[in-house]
Design a protein around this ligand. Structure first.
Ligand code: ZN
Length: 150
């Protein structure tokens, strides 16, 4: 468990300091805004979808280390994936964050995202970790309305 915690801190720190895909893609055909009022996190997720495949995905915004790291890792994980795969991954990720602490969370599909199981110990931060994914859902649905974790 202490190993996982160390990895969690290392990964969150790395991605929050150097967020990947932190840009506006060109071309972009969909985007969504997300806010987490509890923490003050704000994100915009941009998508370029070609025939049901996420050809490009990126984000911009400001927020805490967890929300930024989560968005950064989400974009890495989803680039080149089908939209259905992205939706399935979101469900698995959400399950991971809301399962009981101590429950086995080994999941090959989630890969590196598994480190976020550390967030379960801090229920207030679950919304930070899922904000990017809620924002992605909003972007995929094609609505240009704000997603909120509330
Ligand atoms: Zn936050």
């Amino acid at each position: 468990m202490s190993n996982l915690r160390a990895l969690y801190q290392e990964v969150i720190l790395d991605h929050s300091k150097n967020p990947r895909n932190f840009r506006v893609p060109d071309p972009v055909d969909r985007f969504g805004h997300g806010i987490n009022p509890l923490c003050g996190d704000k994100l915009t997720v941009y998508l370029h979808v070609v025939e049901g495949v996420i050809d490009d995905i990126s984000f911009e915004g400001s927020g805490c280390a967890i929300s930024t790291a989560s968005a950064s890792m989400m974009t890495q994980q989803l680039k080149g994936k089908k939209v259905e795969q992205a939706n399935a991954l979101f469900e698995q990720f959400h399950e991971l964050l809301t399962s009981a602490v101590g429950e086995d969370t080994t999941d090959d599909e989630l890969g590196k995202l598994s480190v976020f199981s550390g967030v379960r110990e801090f229920p207030m931060r679950v919304k930070c970790a899922t904000l990017a994914w809620h924002t992605l859902q909003s972007a995929l649905s094609g609505e240009i309305t704000a997603a909120s974790t509330e």
